[in-house]
Design a binder for this molecule. Structure first.
Ligand SMILES: O=C(O)C1=C[C@@H](OP(=O)(O)O)[C@@H](O)[C@H](O)C1
Ligand SMILES: C=C(OP(=O)(O)O)C(=O)O
Length: 441
């Protein structure tokens, strides 16, 4: 596909209501658990982004039946351990979540599957999931560094293991739990830092027995293997990681006031909002409610001055995908913002610390980076902009710099906006409808 450059120009105030698409993490999990359940599941609010469509296609190759209706998706599953060997290579595109969670699912099936992805995904480390899945009895043949493409052969009865996560990762935790579904006994995962718990919440909703408790070393999750999962209804809330872009744009563009309805408020996802409020942002949550086991609220945000802050490493898992857009807010704030403990950003769709540092420097903003930290020297107003920034196959880098362009003096061009389709289809149209000046370059 040819690159799709987009330019964001200094924008008039944003106003009105801005609906963002369904949560990516929850959409992946809904498709996988529905495929492992018996009977029909109905999923409303599904993200129609490329990452999720890749997972849907993989689940179909594995034997799930999926019908896409106008209002909801319907999935008929094959039961835990009942997936069919796929005749095709499963292509997970740009999606780390799709690849890593699916490897967990596959470790609990007595079949062999081949997985690949795009140039970004093929660079990302898979050893973090391969290591525990080997302990559970799966066999994996991968490129050096356990990178995709790889082949995985699962087993009908993986070993139930006790696994202490070496890295704070919901993807690794989820992969072990999904493999543990087929295990005869209790699979235990300990995480040193809490990460998003959508897998645990949804497993429980589909009928699995799962308990969470505090241990000396962190949060211990215990899953009883071989449950019968039963098809059910899932409501996918709007993705807080996508809401982050219009929210920060409205904060930075003077005179803006924007409402973003029905956004997921899982406490393991809201670190960005906490940080922005510490920076002085006017963000109000209304109509807080619970929908299908997940917290949801309507967000109203008004433009205003921000000041730099120090963000503790302990907050990283609750805002891991939001550091690039936070860096844009930091660039416009008064004073220095320091983000600690963010080394994981180096192994996302791109090396996000490097991508943010290079892009901000090109836009006239002073930045410093270390192996696992990033410091941004705020301009106390509009950064210069006037640069073309490389998206590096990374949707969050592309959207972040377009938001910066709206709040800059000279605008910003992103060399390829195509990756935005992975998580926020229609991003440019949604932002334009709120008043933003974004156009093809
Ligand atoms: O479990 C998930 O849905 C996700 C977990 C996070 O990755 P890690 O598990 O690698 O931290 C996050 O960055 C990713 O976008 C989605
Ligand atoms: C890191 C991300 O996703 P994934 O790991 O699923 O590719 C993201 O969406 O920012």
């Amino acid at each position: 596909m040819p690159p799709r450059p987009l330019t964001a120009k200094p924008s008039p105030a944003l106003a009105g209501e801005c609906r963002v698409p369904g949560d990516k993490s929850i959409s992946h999990r809904a498709l996988m658990l529905a495929g492992l359940a018996v009977g029909e599941s109905t999923i409303q609010g599904m993200l129609l982004g490329e990452d999720v469509l890749a997972t849907a296609s993989a689940m179909e190759h594995l034997g799930a039946t999926i019908e896409r209706g106008a209002d909801a998706w319907h999935v008929w599953g094959r039961g835990v351990g009942g997936l069919r060997e796929p005749a095709e290579v499963l292509d997970l595109g740009n999606s780390g979540t799709g690849a890593r969670l699916l490897m967990g699912v596959l470790a609990g099936q007595p079949i062999t599957a081949f997985l690949t992805g795009d140039a970004s995904l093929r660079r990302r480390p898979m050893n973090r999931v391969v290591a525990p899945l080997l302990q559970m009895g799966a066999r994996v043949t991968a490129r050096s560094g356990e990178r995709l493409p790889l082949a995985i052969t699962g087993t009908a009865e993986p070993l139930p293991i006790h696994y202490e996560l070496p890295v704070a990762s919901a993807q690794v935790k989820s992969a072990v739990l999904l493999a543990g579904l087929s295990a005869p006994g209790e699979t235990q995962v300990v995480e040193p830092q809490d990460t998003r718990d959508h897998t645990e919440l949804m497993l429980r909703a589909f009928g699995a027995e799962i308990a969470v408790e505090r241990s000396d070393t962190g949060r211990l999750t215990r899953l009883t293997g071989q449950p019968e999962l039963t098809g059910r209804r899932v409501n996918v809330p709007a993705d807080p990681s996508s809401a982050a872009f219009p929210v920060v744009a409205a904060l930075l563009i003077p005179g803006s006031r924007l409402r973003v309805p029905a956004v997921g408020m899982n406490p393991h996802r809201t670190g960005l909002f906490t940080t922005l409020r510490e920076m002085g942002a006017d963000i109000v949550f209304e109509n807080e409610r619970e929908e299908a086991g997940e917290r949801v609220a309507d967000i109203t945000v008004s433009a205003g001055r921000l000041r730099g802050v120090e963000i503790p490493a302990a907050r990283a898992p609750s805002m891991i995908d939001e550091y690039p857009i936070l860096a844009m807010a930091a660039a416009c704030a008064e004073g220095r913002t320091v983000m600690h403990g963010v080394g994981e950003l180096r192994v996302k769709e791109s090396d996000r610390l490097a991508a943010v540092a290079e892009g901000l420097a090109a836009c006239g903003v002073d930045v410093e980076t270390g192996e696992d930290w990033l410091a941004v020297h705020g301009q106390a107003g509009r950064p210069r902009g006037g640069a073309t920034v490389a998206a590096q196959l990374d949707h969050r880098i592309a959207m972040s710099f377009l938001v910066l362009g709206l709040a800059s003096e000279k605008g910003v061009t992103v060399d390829d906006a195509a990756p935005i389709e992975t998580s926020f289809p229609g991003f440019a149209d949604t932002m334009r409808a709120a008043g933003a000046d974004i156009a093809e370059a």
